[in-house]
Design a protein around this ligand. Structure first.
Ligand code: UFG
Length: 337
């Protein structure tokens, strides 16, 4: 795939850049003047999701091949998105998660350290906190994941921490994502998983008739309405945090982890109500048992990322996030019909 950028634009390696969050970041890296070299095995990403840059099809855990790619292109900066992301699946198939998320991160890191990479941005997750003792949760909270997905991300954070401590020229930022949601505001990009499991996507696809009903997993949590609370962050804002993190490392910022959320919680029923308002469709909803591995509430304390990275986008209304996802879902449905 060709990019309008000149060959002199700085190459930057983006693993998983054809995926949901990665593709939005690739769009923004290109706009910032980088040349994204996307390494993606297309197991969940899509080549069409790359609006720019170059796609190299392959495995981020192939140390030799990735090292050769980094050296051949003179790459100094890496963003690592490629990972499995479903909490429930990680409970059923934990080794699959440790292998792809932790071991492949280790193998990628070996390639980076051996090839002169200076900056590394890692897609971590709020799942590293497990069941936080206080909400909102700050970066200083205990890291006690309650599912293999969160544990696999925490192992990667530890690998990064120790690798960076051993190499003064190598620094990283781990962004602990809360719940990425929504789609590119021009509806060119969005979530397109082969087996969608995320709440908002399931709700909108139910509105479109793709599923008979939306299941609400658990209504007996210790929250205001009994359903689980999350900090839903617009994917465009999540993307801009990566650009800020690169800038921070550029300016000599030290290696560390940052929460990436607004600090605003919405329950499952809030999301369902917003989806009904935005679509104008009163889709069927049923109550079901709690989903294994789900904490009751996960809401970010965004103080650190605001102070250190200057990342403080205006917080969009939930309906705005839902509306962007709805535009995308309708486009996707039209394309697939
Ligand atoms: N939920 C439902 N019905 C559904 C889907 C989800 O009730 O059909 C509920 C879940 O049980 C949970 C909430 O909606 O309580 C949010 O679930 P998602 O699957 O949308 O997202 P998760 O909170 O499980 O996980 C997401 C990402 C992780 C990330 C985490 C951080 O998938 O990668 O957010 O908060 F780590």
């Amino acid at each position: 795939m060709n990019s309008p950028k000149t060959p002199s634009a700085e190459p930057i390696l983006v693993t998983g850049g054809a995926g949901y969050i990665g593709s939005h970041v690739v769009r923004d890296l290109d706009a910032k003047g980088y040349f994204p070299v996307v390494l993606d095995d297309l197991s969940s990403g899509h080549a069409e999701a790359m609006l720019c840059g170059e796609l190299v099809r392959g495995d981020a855990g192939d140390t030799e091949r990735v090292g050769a790619l980094i050296r051949a292109r003179g790459i100094r900066r890496v963003l690592h998105f490629a990972a499995f992301i479903q909490v429930e699946e990680s409970v059923a198939e934990p080794l699959k998660y440790y292998e792809n998320n932790s071991f492949n991160c280790l193998r990628l890191l070996k390639a980076c350290l051996a090839s002169g990479v200076k900056s590394f941005i890692f897609s971590s997750s709020a799942a590293v906190y497990g069941i936080p003792g206080t909400i909102p949760v700050a970066e200083t909270a205990p890291l006690l994941p309650i599912n293999p997905y969160g544990a696999s991300k925490l192992v990667s954070e530890m690998l990064l921490r120790d690798a960076a401590a051993s190499r003064p020229g190598f620094r990283y930022v781990a962004l602990r994502y809360f719940n990425a949601a929504g789609a590119d505001r021009l509806a060119r990009l969005g979530q397109d998983y082969r087996k969608p499991t995320h709440l908002l996507t399931r709700a909108l696809k139910t509105a479109l008739g793709r599923f008979p009903c939306l299941e609400v997993f658990g209504d007996d949590y210790p929250t205001a309405d009994g359903t689980a609370v999350r900090d839903y962050i617009h994917v465009d804002d999540l993307s801009s945090a990566h650009l800020k993190a690169l800038e921070y490392l550029e300016n000599g910022g030290e290696s560390r982890a940052f929460n990436c959320g607004y600090g605003v919680g919405h329950s499952v029923l809030d999301v369902v109500a917003a989806a009904k308002r935005v679509t104008g469709i009163d889709f069927p909803v049923v109550h079901a048992a709690r989903r294994p591995g789900d904490p009751a509430a996960l809401v970010a304390d965004p103080g650190l990322i605001r102070r250190e990275l200057g990342w403080a986008p205006p917080v969009p209304a939930l309906d705005e996030i839902v509306a962007s996802a709805w535009k995308w879902e309708q486009k996707l449905a039209a394309r697939k019909n």
